[in-house]
Design a protein around this ligand. Sequence first.
Ligand code: NOJ
Length: 523
Amino acid sequence: MDEGALPWWQNAVFYQIYVRSFADSDGDGVGDLEGIRSRLGYLELLGVDALWLTPFFRSPMADHGYDVADPRDVDPLFGDLAAFDALVADAHGHGLKVTIDLVPNHTSDQHVWFQQALRSAPGSRERGRYLFRDGQGHGGSLPPNNWTSVFGGPAWTRVPDGQWYLHLFAPQQPDLNWDDSEVRADLVQTLRFWLDRGVDGFRIDVAHGMAKPAGLPDMDPNAVAIMAGTQSHDVVDPRFDNDGVHDIHRLIRKVLDGYPGTMAVGEIWVERDDRFAFYVRPDELHLGFNFKLVEADFDADSVRRAIDRSLTAVQATGAAPTWTLSNHDVVRHVTRYGGGDLGTRRARAMALVELALPGVTFIYNGEELGLPNVDLPDWALQDPVWERSGHTERGRDGCRVPLPWEGEIPSFGFSRAGAAWLPMPTHWAGLTVEAQLEDPESMLSLYRHALEIRKTSGAFGGEELEWYGAPPGCFAFRRKGGGLICALNTSAAPVPLPPGEILLASGPMEGNQLPPETSVWLV
Ligand code: NOJ
């Protein structure tokens, strides 16, 4: 990095690739590393700066790869190490940085350590790498505490000798004991393994997990009730955001500091902004995902609040703010905003709001095509949430349906096979990359145009925003450094446009008026 230059991620646009669903090269209906390599030209054309690849490591796929059996190898479903090296080399050739997922909170139950633990006695060194405990009640037949799994049901599973092990997610994802020095040393080895292969950074899964409080105290029973079936956590919840987690982030940071130009972004579901900020202190993570825009309704006041809170949360830390509208865990935003034409118009408006903000943007694969969530039939559902919740929560498969690339019928060029791992709607022909690429009105063209302007215009300079007065249901802000103005109308009526020359709009203007469900960039 040049002396004094900003690090590459400071204003980067990341593109999240859900590996199973991006592109399939070998015709098994599941996306893979070669598939990604074959589509790098598309990503360069789109104009993103960096890729985030979801887990492609050896895994029995109980949680589609977030259950890692060997963190230093590629699962044969996705390719092999040679395919990974070729992907990194080619991505760099296309000017794209490559970041990968790291899953330190838990392993797969098929990980050699867990298999050894099952074969070993209570109190053994092998069990010490995980969180095995005796149960409560007569004969230890009740779980050691009242913690629930994020995927539903208790967070404890009993093994044949009577002990219980902790899993904050599925039973196939036992939590590691981060007080164990071997667990720490192994993470360092994993980091170095991928850094030596040329990766530019990591997305840290459940970065607010890992450390557990001494004695594993019960959760507040109200917290159990409030949070059942949700992914949102707060400080009354002893499962997450324990102070000990920051030592682990310092450990990660030390390793990364030995590889200049590399970074880490943590998945941090922490409600309190002051606690969120701890994760991005100068000796911890470079960036923290914040999910405020995911949680905000399509309403100018809620969006403005989300923006203000996100900016304030990181202000004192020097870390860049981050922005996300969708990812592989949440309902796609076209659908959250109402679906159909309305959802699409709103999604277009929010894309321009997000890309106007200072800091780092994460685009989830398919949002640039305007993909909605898919209502899948029961038989197709694969997310462990569906089973764990006793079929009351449908889970996250609906936002993970593979990408449509070309043609008129499923699998729309995603795979040589007609069938993809999740069924693709037959009516997606109009949403393929092929159908959108040359259409100036398409969602894809909007994203390409916006990303190009963001990269080439001086108007996006500076980290600070100033808010203008705006009619109810609307807002307008100006980037203080560069002068870009972004206005959003979430009200039911057209409003006067702020003064300035239009750079880009999410939909047609009505004369000098900004129509409902529309946003605009001006200078
Ligand atoms: C967060 C990941 O984003 C999600 O997909 C996964 O199921 C959990 N962590 C458990 O690893």
